[in-house]
Design a protein around this ligand. Structure first.
Ligand SMILES: [Zn+2]
Ligand SMILES: [Zn+2]
Length: 965
């Protein structure tokens, strides 16, 4: 499809969308086409609000999911409506929503007919295809703009209506198609929709539209990079990492961008990604086998640098500065080529400019054992630095001193004390550098001049290892000017962005890519270079930005994370030094200090209470056992993380201060603001990110105390009680295999409602449908290759049964009423500290974190299931067989006797269940709906699994105070 661009050497042939229409567009009201054609049964009721009042058939039954339209018919219907109809709409050729027309009807008819010449091409075999090329011709943009402004209804009304048309089209593409719908037809429509959206976004950025119009940002790329789809398979075969593809889904929202990336060649895969999963990447982790490499294969030159360690240490320990390196080639008659490389360590002075190197250790320029590197590597770095100096530095002033350089491998002592001092000054190192030069093997492989600006930028931001590592984030963010080294030259992202922007002015397909890359670049640089689209400091949105920036990055030494966060959040020098000192004790201790500083720095000593509801690993430090251990999703994902980016951002959410989203439209207004202001455009709206923490309620914050986080929020105390007074909680031990339950039934006595309680880790698969497959695949992947690889850990064991936690007699759950989503509450299950058992309703309860659970109110079907199962359980409990089992259980333990008693109980359960299923039609239906078909012979086990005892929930008021650890 020619509305989507590809890189210079795409990995897939360019595909054409077949022309499949069986009739021409009629020029009527766009949104009413299905009504005119008697096909409202294909439009989901949720979308019928778009259809003009008075249209026919708006109450037609929605039959598409049950009786799907034959594929060919649906494709041709969609192409007529959503390709040619949409084109006609934007060219002002359709009847407007008020029944008026913008241009004469006859002329409109003629122009519509001409669309079928202009947008359909015929190949040599006579096959017809869709082409969007006409839209990209010069003058087309202003023609569309003229037609847009010709409206009789006012520009604002017209823009809103066009937005409705696009929104409706986008939603129909996602709801109204079948799995085998032709992807080329589908994405030719989506590409057209996206192009129109981009034209509005661009016009707004240039100040060509009035303020207050809807934002034209719609998810045209949804499902394009479907997990386990053909395209993902193709990319994996081309050396992509699963987590990299996952990053594309989140970060690059444009269909055009995803299309371009999916076809970008990854010559020589960067790192080995066979052990990676969608949630985690292990390719750049360093392990014991890591060795520095020579600049060229086969080179065996000597290592140098270690001889300067003492000078480095002296500078660090006796001054407030840091060392830099000078590289000279001196004449040495004794050597083979008569020359010798000489390295000198100098103390930094602000009169002598230097270049700080930012690199990925996995590329081979690191050395964890000593401060040395092969001479050839150092010579190469030195020559790149000199080259940079020639092009941007001394070219201006020939008398300026040659650039020195800073390279962590040589100048960060491996020895502990020097290392700590060096880490504390690393912010200055990158901030004071004249330039920061990025050396990443995957970027350096390409000549900048041979790439399009789009490809160069995507190779930097979307596919480089440099963007996947933690340390490089602050190195890139702190830089005054940031250069990326390509094979032929070093360029800044700004240079390439400017090129792409100019290209995008003439060809909007590139503008969509520009929007995505610009956002990514701004997110990176915005930390220290306002104006930016980062929120004002000291708001919870800063934490959300931090989460977004860190999620797809990894680090080899987990204890480095707190140090990097301290830099990014601009903690005081003292805090930074404290955190470095703590991390030398343990990474957990360092992270606890980070949260403590975040509380002090951002929230007057408080923290968002939503942080409690974090499903990922927590710290192992008393008082902080509730707090997130890491923000690095790709690191955690390789081990045990289960949260996607959005869920991770939600934990820093304050309910009344705007809902954060990472994936969809709401990410965009923020972008627009930055885009517009960046071009000095006066039409920029006020930043959307103004924090409104003032309106927060007390329960939104917790106060960190030495005993844990003190919060005020409602909760439930769970109490397990035997079915009959004389029975134990588990009267039927041995009659069934205790699984780790998918859910437990809990009764709320006050309301008599049945609740379902689910373990979040277990429930996540069931809830996310599609993710199920993806997860299984990942699991398999990890089990096969991942487990033995460096940095990858085996899958965590399944969670212990919920029953164990509930039967402790000290179990409670806390929840945030504001965080309820789709009727499901995300709750924290806790255990009351000893001595607090009877304190329900007391002023304050000390509790220990157990796990995350989900709670929902049982549907009618599940409630009937619960009621009936409990009735049956009571019958079994009162039965002679149960008494017999308990008797032998307590007795001498004669194996045969016990087996007989167990079998006796099973028999009773089977009989009762069999009779119930056969006689109670409503129950049988509930079983079918809630559990599945043909399960009669296993259903008996539901009795002991769900109702070995009762669990009731006692409500704690909103004013309940908890101290969670
Ligand atoms: Zn990977
Ligand atoms: Zn060498």
């Amino acid at each position: 499809m020619d509305l989507l661009v590809v890189p210079s050497s795409p990995t897939l042939p360019v595909r054409k969308a077949p022309y499949v229409c069986t009739e021409h567009w009629d020029g009527g009201k766009y949104l009413d086409y299905a009504a005119r054609k008697g096909r409202m049964s294909t439009v989901s009721p949720s979308l019928r609000g778009f259809v003009t009042a008075g249209a026919t058939q708006t109450d037609a039954e929605y039959l598409e999911p049950i009786h799907p339209t034959p594929q060919a018919q649906q494709q041709s219907f969609f192409q007529t409506w959503f390709f040619f109809g949409l084109l006609a709409e934007f060219l002002g050729l359709n009847e407007a929503d008020d029944g008026t027309r913008q241009i004469d009807e006859e002329l409109a008819k003629e122009e519509i007919e001409s669309l079928y010449q202009d947008f359909v091409v015929v190949d040599e075999d006579g096959r017809r295809f869709i082409s969007g090329g006409k839209l990209l011709e010069p003058g087309m943009g202003s023609h569309l703009m003229d037609r847009f402004k010709q409206t009789r209804q006012g520009v604002a009304h017209r823009a809103k209506y066009l937005h409705d048309c696009l929104q409706f089209t986008c939603a129909m593409l996602h709801t109204g198609i079948h799995t085998d719908f032709d992807r080329d037809v589908l994405y030719s429509i989506a590409a057209l929709g996206e192009l129109f959206c981009t034209s509005f976004v661009t016009a707004a950025n240039f100040g060509l539209l009035p303020n207050g119009l809807p934002h034209f940002s719609l998810p045209w790329s949804q499902n394009y990079l479907k997990p386990r789809g053909e395209l993902e398979k193709h990319m994996l075969e081309n050396g992509w990492c699963k987590s990299e593809i996952e990053k594309l889904r989140w970060v690059y929202q444009g269909l055009g961008t995803q299309h371009f990336l999916s076809r970008m060649r990854k010559e020589e895969p960067h790192g080995d990604h066979t052990g990676c999963s969608a949630d985690g990447c292990v390719a750049f982790q360093l392990d014991e086998t890591y060795r520095p490499r020579h600049a060229t294969a086969g080179c065996a030159c000597a290592f140098i640098g270690a001889e300067h360690v003492n000078t480095v240490q002296t500078i660090l320990k006796t001054t407030k500065g840091y060392p830099v390196l000078r590289f000279d080639t001196v004449i040495d008659p004794g050597s083979v080529d008569g020359l010798r490389a000489e390295l000198t360590v100098e103390e930094y002075s602000d009169e002598v400019p230097y270049v700080a190197i930012s690199h990925v250790w996995a590329d081979g320029m690191g050395n964890p054992k000593e401060n040395s590197l092969p001479q050839c590597q150092i010579a190469k770095v030195a020559s790149l630095v000199a080259e940079l100096g020639k092009t941007v530095g001394t070219a201006v002033d020939a008398s300026a001193p040659a650039y020195r350089f800073w390279l962590d491998t040589l100048l960060c002592p491996v020895e502990r004390v020097g290392n700590a001092i060096s880490l504390a000054r690393i912010k200055d190192v990158y901030r004071n550098a004249k330039h920061v030069l990025v050396l990443d093997a995957s970027i350096m492989r390409h000549r900048f001049e041979s790439l399009s600006a789009a490809e160069a930028l995507l190779r930097i931001f979307a596919t480089s290892a440099w963007m996947r590592r933690l340390w490089t984030l602050q190195e890139g963010a702190l830089a005054q000017t940031l250069f990326f080294q390509f094979a032929d030259k070093a360029v800044t992202a700004q240079q390439a962005l400017e090129q792409l922007f100019q290209q995008g002015r003439n060809d909007l397909r590139y503008m969509r890519i520009w929007i995505d890359v610009f956002t990514e670049a701004t997110n990176l640089r915005g930390w220290f270079h306002p104006p930016f689209n980062h929120p004002s400091p000291k708001s919870h949105e800063m934490l959300i930005s931090l989460q977004r920036s860190l999620h797809f990055r990894t680090v080899s030494v987990p204890a480095d994370e707190p140090i990097c966060i301290a830099t990014l959040l601009s903690f005081s020098q003292q805090d930074q030094e404290d955190i470095i000192a703590e991390t030398k004790r343990s990474g957990h201790a360092g992270m606890a200090r980070v949260w403590e500083a975040v509380a002090r720095f951002f929230f007057d000593g408080r923290l968002p209470a939503a942080m409690l509801f974090s499903a990922d690993a927590t710290l192992d430090i008393p008082g902080w056992r509730w707090a997130p251990r890491s923000l690095l999703g790709a690191n955690a994902g390789a081990a045990e993380g289960v949260m996607d980016l959005n869920t991770r951002m939600m934990r820093f959410h304050l309910a009344h201060a705007g809902i954060p989203t990472g994936s969809s439209e709401t990410a965009q207004p923020e972008l627009l603001t930055a885009t517009a202001s960046d071009q000095g455009n006066s039409s920029a709206t006020t930043p959307a990110s103004a924090s409104s923490d003032r309106r927060t309620t007390p329960r939104q914050f917790g106060i960190p105390t030495p005993l844990g986080l003190r919060v005020q929020m409602p909760g439930l105390i769970l109490r397990a009680s035997p079915l009959l007074p004389h029975l134990p909680l588990q009267p039927w031990e041995g009659t069934f295999n205790r699984p780790s339950e998918d859910y437990l039934f809990v009764r709320e006595p006050a309301t008599q409602q049945w609740l379902r309680l689910m373990d979040l880790h277990r429930a996540r698969r069931g809830l996310m449908g599609e993710l199920d497959d993806k997860q299984d695949d990942d699991d398999k992947n990890r089990r096969q290759g991942g487990a033995s690889r460096a940095g990858s850990t085996p899958l965590p064991p399944p969670p212990p049964p919920l029953t164990e936690s509930v039967c402790s007699g000290r179990c409670a759950i806390l929840y945030d009423p504001d965080a309820e989503r789709a009727g499901i509450r995300y709750c924290l299950m806790v255990q009351l500290e000893p001595g607090q058992e009877s304190a329900a309703g007391a002023g304050m309860m000390r509790v220990r974190r157990d796990r995350m659970v989900l709670v929902d109110v049982a549907s009618a079907g599940y409630a009937l299931l619960a009621e009936t199962l409990r009735g049956l359980a009571l019958e079994v409990a009162a039965h002679e067989a149960t008494r017999r089992l308990l008797e032998v259980g307590e007795g001498s333990g004669d194996g045969e006797e016990r087996e007989k008693a167990v079998e006796g109980v099973r028999r009773v359960m089977k009989e009762l269940m069999g009779r119930k299923c056969a006689s109670d039609a409503a129950f049988a239906r509930a079983v079918r709906d809630c559990i599945g078909f043909n399960l009669e012979q296993f259903m008996w086990a539901q009795i002991p699994v769900r109702f070995s005892h009762d669990v009731t929930a006692e409500v704690c008021e909103e004013t309940q105070v908890w101290i969670v650890d």
